[in-house]
Design a protein around this ligand. Structure first.
Ligand code: GDP
Length: 329
């Protein structure tokens, strides 16, 4: 597909490393308008074909207040000093539901957001969670094409967006604070199972002793979990986003993880693309089913029975899908 108009202009800007073009392109990717989607798809396809050096896609999660933005700011600045170009994207499930945002806007990372060599995207303010995740994959591709070799994807640790983010990144970091060891049940335990690295942030001042204790609790918990990758046992480190303590070690650990991926790296990216494709299929099908007037009316006619328990949700779903498919054949 050859690029035209806006998509062509944005493509040229992005490949020049222009942040303004990148920002406009991500806005295009986030739009649900059919003509925007078409342009965005063409743009992202063109960007995926641009050869690039290996990039690092890292997810970072943690409950509000744990220090995610402070941590990303400090780690991001360290990476800039090391010569990396860093992009920061956010997936915020709260914004999908309410239009508000837990992650807030980019003013949180004051130095990083204005630094040369960094691009901080404010959290998306609307859209479905599925849409947001798809946008994230597209946005990663766009940022990498603009020359950002490290992409940090931030999300709130509330259990909804993590699996989605884990599907589009190479490595997943969970941020905890001192004293959170005994909370690791239920949802948080599920999130910990996705983590390749757990960082106990705020390991400074009066919290130092408590951070040590939490680290040993987490280490015991990690030992009981089945590692996601055969070649990597998840690690737990203490760090402080405020004093900078252990941030170098965190980064060394990240690099060791990527070194250890070896040949698995290509397979991992291929796997991400495949999952992304199926997510797209799911989203597109759902959108078409919802748009189809006959199917919608048919679903409406089943609703009362489903609500009253006369027809099981599973049977109703099967009828709805069958109806949609028969209308299309
Ligand atoms: P977020 O909601 O996860 O993004 O958390 P923030 O980065 O906004 O941090 C929440 C609070 O924790 C702020 O008051 C930060 O100053 C504080 N904080 C973040 N990192 C550290 C740290 O390493 N040590 C200490 N003592 N406080 C921190």
């Amino acid at each position: 597909m050859s690029l035209k108009g806006t998509a062509q202009t944005l493509f040229e800007g992005i490949t020049r490393g222009d942040r303004m073009s990148l920002a406009r392109a991500i806005t295009l990717v986030e739009s649900s308008r059919a003509d925007h989607r078409q342009q965005a798809n063409a743009l992202v396809s063109a960007c995926s074909r641009v050869p690039r050096a290996k990039t690092l896609r890292i997810g970072l999660t943690g409950t509000p207040g744990v220090g995610k933005s402070t941590f990303i700011e400090s780690l991001g600045m360290l990476l800039l000093h090391k010569g990396h170009r860093v992009s920061v994207l956010a997936v915020d499930p709260s914004s999908a539901r309410s239009g508000g945002s837990i992650l807030g806007d980019k003013t949180r990372m004051q130095d990083l957001s204005v630094a040369d060599g960094a691009y901080v995207r404010p959290s998306p303010s609307r859209g479905s969670l599925g849409g947001v995740a798809r946008n994230t994959m597209d946005s990663i591709i766009l940022a990498e094409t603009a020359g950002f070799d490290v992409c940090l994807v931030e999300t709130v640790g509330v259990g909804q967006s993590e699996t989605m983010v884990a599907d589009v990144v190479d490595m997943f970091i969970l941020l905890l604070q001192p004293g959170s060891g005994d909370e690791l049940q239920g949802v948080k335990r599920g999130i910990m199972e996705l983590a390749d690295l757990v960082v106990i942030n705020k390991a400074d001042g009066a919290l130092e002793t408590s951070a040590k204790l939490t680290r040993s609790e987490i280490n015991s918990a990690l030992h009981l979990m089945v590692p996601r990758r055969p070649a990597w046992t998840p690690k737990c480190l203490r760090a402080s986003a405020v004093t900078g303590y252990n941030l170098e070690r965190v980064w060394d650990t990240v690099l060791r993880y990527f070194d250890g991926l070896g040949d698995e790296w290509d397979a991992l990216r291929a796997e991400q693309r495949e999952k992304w494709m199926w997510r797209e299929v799911h989203d597109l099908l759902m959108a078409r089913i919802h748009r189809d007037e006959c199917t919608r009316l048919f679903a409406e006619s089943l609703r009362a029975d489903v609500l009253a328990g006369g027809v099981s949700p599973g049977v109703a779903a099967e009828h709805i899908v069958e109806r949609f498919l028969s209308l299309k054949s």
